[in-house]
Design a protein around this ligand. Structure first.
Ligand code: GDP
Length: 195
C-alpha cells in the first residue's frame, strides 16, 4: 500500500478519548529500543512521524495515527525499560488491558521483536497477554539487515519457538534499514483489515 496520508489524531489514555468510527485498527507494541518507531516510519514512508527512541518518564499514551483515511495505527508505549517505576508499569498495564478488552476495531497487535536475539521475557509476557485476550498477533522480527541472510531461517525458528507462536498468528522478517518485508506486512494488514 502506498501511504499518502498519515497523521496523528490523538494521544489517548482512556477510552473516551479513542477516535470514534469503525476504521480497522492495528496496535504496535514492542520493548523500548527494539526498533518500533523505525518500523512505523518505514511502513509509512516517513522520516520521523513516530518519535525515535522516545524515553519514558513522560505521560504514557496510546498514539492514534490515521492512515490514508482507511485505518488507524496505534503506537503503544514501549515496555521493558528498567527505570520505569512499579506504579508507572501498573498504570501502563491497566491502560493496555482496558484498550485490548474494549476496542472492537482492533484487528491485530503487531508485536516487534529483534530477529537477532530470542524474544525476551517481556516479549513473551506481552505475547501471552495478547493470547489471553484472544487477540490475533503479527510478530515482526526486525533488524534483519544486521545478520546474514543464511541465518534468517534459523533465527525465525528461534523466535517462533521461544514465543510458542500459535497457528493463527503471523511472523514476518523485517528491516527498517532496507525495507525488507514491508510489502508482505502491508498485504497482511490489508487482508486483516478487511476480515
Ligand atoms: P524504539 O525505541 O523501539 O522505537 O526503537 P527505534 O526505532 O528508535 O530504534 C532503536 C535503534 O535501532 C535506532 O538506533 C535505530 O536506528 C535502530 N534500528 C531500528 N530498526 C533497525 C533496522 O531494521 N536495522 C538497523 N540496522 N537498525 C535499526
Amino acid at each position: 500500500m502506498k501511504v499518502n496520508q498519515a497523521e496523528i489524531v490523538i494521544s489517548a489514555v482512556k477510552p473516551s478519548q479513542y477516535p470514534e468510527g469503525n476504521l480497522p485498527e492495528f496496535a504496535l507494541a514492542g520493548r523500548s529500543n527494539v526498533g518500533k518507531s523505525s518500523f512505523i516510519n518505514r511502513m509509512l514512508g516517513r522520516k520521523a512521524l513516530a518519535r525515535i527512541s522516545s524515553k519514558p518518564g513522560k505521560t504514557q499514551t496510546l498514539n492514534f495515527y490515521l492512515i490514508n483515511e482507511i485505518m488507524h495505527f496505534v503506537d503503544v508505549p514501549g515496555y521493558g525499560y528498567a527505570k520505569v517505576s512499579k506504579k508507572e508499569r501498573e498504570a501502563w498495564g491497566k491502560m493496555l488491558e482496558t484498550y485490548f478488552t474494549s476496542r472492537e476495531q482492533l484487528k491485530a497487535v503487531v508485536l516487534i521483536t529483534d530477529l537477532r536475539h530470542p524474544p525476551t521475557t517481556d516479549d513473551i509476557l506481552m505475547y501471552d497477554f495478547l493470547k489471553h485476550y484472544g487477540i490475533p498477533c503479527v510478530v515482526i522480527a526486525t533488524k534483519a539487515d544486521k545478520i546474514s541472510k543464511s541465518q534468517w531461517q534459523k533465527h525465525l525458528k528461534v523466535t517462533k519457538e521461544t514465543l510458542g507462536l500459535s497457528q493463527e498468528d503471523y511472523l514476518i522478517l523485517f528491516s527498517s534499514e532496507t525495507g525488507e518485508g514491508k510489502d508482505k506486512v502491508w498485504s497482511l494488514l490489508e487482508h486483516l483489515a478487511n476480515k
